[in-house]
Write a protein that binds this ligand. Sequence first.
Ligand SMILES: C[S@@+](CC[C@H](N)C(=O)[O-])C[C@H]1O[C@@H](n2cnc3c(N)ncnc32)[C@H](O)[C@@H]1O
Length: 311
Amino acid sequence: MSDALIPTDNSTGTIALYGAPPADVVDLPAGATQFSPLKPGASVLEQQAEASLDELVMLAPPGTLERRYVIALSLRALKVGAPFTILAPKDRGGTRLRKELQAFGCDFEETSRAHHRICAGLRPQSLTGIDEALAEGGPRLIDELGLWSQPGVFSWDRLDPGTAMLIERLPALRGRGADFGCGIGILAHAVLTSPQVTEIHLVDIDRRAIECAQHNVADPRARFLWADIRSAELADLDFVVMNAPFHDAGAEDKKLAQTFVQRAARCLSKGGVCFMVANRHLPYEAILTPTFKRTELVIETGGYKIYEAHT
Ligand SMILES: C[S@@+](CC[C@H](N)C(=O)[O-])C[C@H]1O[C@@H](n2cnc3c(N)ncnc32)[C@H](O)[C@@H]1O
């Protein structure tokens, strides 16, 4: 699976792969084009012409609205009669696949393997319920937040308490900085209230988050980057803000959060500062202390910790 940052040409591949289905559960098609919004550089299902794909293998996402949305997009993009294999772990949407695919008018066979449900069939002549699924899972303005968001992105329809806490504590920042794992841009939006900020890079691995952030942070000082922070090239920053993820592809991954800390230190200039909020149960001190010159625990409350770390 390639994480290349160069978008794949849709015209060269008509076999679609969505996500990273386990190779011991289904056969992965050779030469397939990746369509997951969590793979920087992947092709975009929303832009794929109707009835243009020859085959689809999809590890369906766990959220119901998100899953129905991407299945609807995929079925619309498949040629009539083209084969699809859609699977999900049983406890992460797999047991719902059958009903969902039936509601779209699909005939298929359902099997089980290694805790996954696997539905394999052919794209029918006529589909039902596609427009509704697209409307329910698509990007929209969330009135309560006054922000654009989409099912599937982090905390898509509510302000995360950790993010809210960090915003409350952020001082007026200055210079060039970055929002690592920016989501829909809430932290960057707050940072940009400081007129002394000259530039902020919003980086996220989720294309949908970046697209929402582009709506939400309409400021000429903002730069947007659909990228994995582990390979993003940023340097000479004065500040980094982050509500670091601790899940990678759905599984808790402490190493990912630690990598965010290390990347922040590496991207900052001498005298730079990193403000981060973290879940209390994660062992951030162990990585912050040796990585930064000085680390201060600003506050610990309500299950969260805020750190200020200096290079
Ligand atoms: C806890 S959320 C914070 C989102 C936003 N900053 C906020 O406070 O609402 C972490 C974000 O990191 C992103 N993310 C996860 N892994 C990433 C990676 N390897 N590189 C860049 N972003 C990543 C997720 O897509 C998610 O939007």
